[in-house]
Design a protein around this ligand. Structure first.
Ligand SMILES: Cc1ncc(COP(=O)(O)O)c(C=O)c1O
Length: 365
């Protein structure tokens, strides 16, 4: 069994994907080809924002979003310690300081009731991560940000296709940042990402930053990076975007089936009533996580841990600050992500669930 079977998706859409890649090979505009702008227009529409800028990865998206907001040394960014390393990495790379607040125990997202106490004169940005495919409480976060004149960056790497109160993720804040890493809900065949915004000036600045600050050819008005999305990845994404709404529905079906089999035995994912999760991961909670993980591996069932420790505990981030985030530290011991993808068939779902129930019963005995 595979944790995510991308080949099943490829076989299904092979003619579309092959034709899209072939078109780029034929026209030869590998950088800034027409597919990139077409994808940007279609994604901006999908997310309901004025601008989408295609980028080389989700990490690049976070980095250039912070750069566009002039985040640098001396600034603080409030974020969650329960995320992939990139969230904190880009803040620290730019010389700013991540200020962590603990997470909500049900959604595992930034707990908005703890944000205000973390705001100082140095705070510039609040950066919630939409973990596992579900957003944090954006109404509350945006309200706090507006009151303190702060910007909000959504780390939307795990959520494209999910919604918050009927509004698409990615378009809920000053800048939304998506990842198109192959296993993400919308994934390409390499690295890719995007920034979403309604702000004209920010969109223009992001476009400059990702092309070496180049306003006209060989005219560099600021320092930037090479952060562009390439045409082949854009072509793959265009082909797959047609099927994203259908795949999000299939993800709900797989999640519902898991829930039906598992909810009497383990804690299944909580999705807030107003949210649709993109289920980038299907993450359960159990007491003896490492025992269950090892026992499933023995049965040939792969699983993953998102994440085994908080960002504040990563060796690169440890700064002598002994703050603790009890909800994160408890979650890091208990979470286990199961095999999950839109085309997973019910026999496989049942097999995973039966193994979990059986192992859990043995552990309990
Ligand atoms: C929450 C989060 N942020 C950022 C990233 C970085 O995205 P990428 O791998 O496209 O650089 C990831 C990727 O896994 C992620 O899960």
């Amino acid at each position: 069994m595979k944790y995510i079977d991308l080949q099943k998706q490829y076989k299904r859409f092979k003619p579309d994907i092959d034709a899209a890649i072939q078109a780029v090979l034929d026209h030869g505009q590998f950088i800034m080809g027409p597919e990139v702008r077409e994808l940007e227009d279609r994604l901006a529409d999908y997310v309901g924002v004025s601008y989408c800028i295609g980028l080389s990865s989700g990490t690049t998206a976070l980095q250039v979003a912070l750069m566009a907001l002039d985040v640098g040394p001396g600034d603080e960014v409030i974020t969650t310690p329960f995320s992939f390393f990139a969230t904190a990495e880009v803040i620290m790379l730019l010389g700013a300081k991540p200020i962590y607040v603990d997470i909500d125990p049900k959604t595992f997202n930034l707990n908005p009731t703890l944000i205000e106490a973390a705001i100082t004169a140095k705070t510039k940005v609040i950066m919630p991560v939409s973990l596992y495919g579900q957003t944090a409480d954006f109404d509350m976060i945006n309200e706090i940000a507006a009151r303190y004149h702060l910007s909000v960056i959504e780390d939307a790497a795990q959520i494209l296709g999910g919604t918050y109160k009927g509004r698409p993720s990615g378009g809920l804040s000053t800048i939304g940042c998506a990842s198109f890493f192959p296993s993400k809900p919308l994934g390409c065949y390499g690295d890719g990402g995007a920034c979403f915004t309604n702000d004209d000036a920010l969109a223009e600045k992001i476009r400059l930053i990702i092309n070496h600050g180049q306003k006209a050819r060989y005219e560099h008005t600021m320092f930037g990076i090479n952060g562009r999305l390439d045409s082949i990845q854009a072509a793959v994404l265009l082909a797959k975007l047609n099927y994203l709404p259908e795949e999000i529905t299939l993800r709900q079906t797989v999640a519902d089936q898991y829930k039906r089999y598992l909810s009497d035995h383990v804690i299944t994912p909580y999705v807030a009533p107003d949210n649709v999760s993109a289920y980038a991961q299907y993450t359960i909670q159990v007491d003896d996580r490492d025992v269950l993980k090892a026992a499933l591996a023995e049965q040939g069932i792969p699983t993953a841990v998102h994440y085994p420790k908080g960002l504040h505990q990563q060796p690169a981030c440890v700064s002598g600050d002994v703050a603790c985030y009890p909800v994160v530290e408890a979650a890091a011991q208990r979470v286990l992500s199961l095999p999950f993808y839109p085309y997973m068939d019910e026999d496989d779902i049942r097999l995973v669930a039966e193994n979990i129930c059986c192992i859990q019963t043995d552990v309990l005995c």
